[in-house]
Design a binder for this molecule. Structure first.
Ligand code: GAR
Length: 201
């Protein structure tokens, strides 16, 4: 399965997916990494690993126009599954329709709790005892599509944003590639909001 990975920053989720491929755990190929920010740290990781990369700056372009550029680039690289990995932009309905049930996102909360920015801070401020991450299909709404996988982590009284974010991030890295593998294996069935994943053979 040819992956297109969209990033805006550090790129540690992209790196974890790339590691899972290198380690033979994930049967996929990263066809292209696209960043909407020139300074994204993840670009350096792609460069070091010889993974094709492209910066498509999003500033000052309207959403439909921008998403057209993204679709074009992803199609050029024959991408079959789009993985948002810290891509901090909402995608248009046209983008979602261009890759039906073929766009995944990872979010650092147990959705539908705490969508949007600073999910870990939202969780801490709310006082939850369990936090975590979610891999879901993307629709045109924010952090809203059907859920593929979730992983939970405990929140302790001593947690700061940094410690909680790090604990969640470790789970993100362990979870995202499994969701990608399930899609790549064709083990995912979707019925409305409900997703069933069968065990690997
Ligand atoms: C990750 O924690 C990811 O879950 C989050 O941004 C971070 C990106 O880190 N995404 C969102 O909040 C999307 N709503 P990374 O660049 O190191 O993968």
């Amino acid at each position: 399965m040819r992956l297109g990975i969209l990033i805006s920053g550090r790129g540690s989720n992209f790196e974890a997916i790339s590691n899972a491929i290198t380690q033979g755990k994930l049967d996929a190929e990263i066809a292209i990494v696209i960043s909407n920010r020139a300074g994204a740290g993840g670009l350096e990781i792609a460069r070091e690993r010889g993974i094709p990369l492209r910066v498509i700056p999003s500033q000052g372009i309207d959403r439909e126009q921008y998403d057209k550029l993204l679709i074009e680039e992803l199609r050029t690289h024959r991408v079959e599954l789009v993985c948002l990995a810290g891509f901090m932009r909402l995608l248009s309905a046209s983008f979602v329709h261009a890759f039906p049930n073929r766009v995944l996102n990872i979010h650092p909360s147990l959705l539908p709790a705490f969508p949007g920015l600073d999910a870990q801070r939202q969780a801490l401020d709310y006082g939850v005892k369990i936090a975590g991450c979610t891999v879901h299909f993307v629709d045109e709404f924010l952090d809203a599509g059907p859920i593929l996988l979730q992983s939970a982590v405990p929140v302790t009284d001593k947690d700061s944003i940094e410690t909680l974010s790090a604990r969640i991030l470790a789970q993100e890295h362990a979870t995202y590639w499994r969701a990608v593998q399930a899609v790549a294996d064709g083990r995912v069935s979707i019925s409305g909001r409900k997703i069933a994943i069968s065990e690997p053979e």
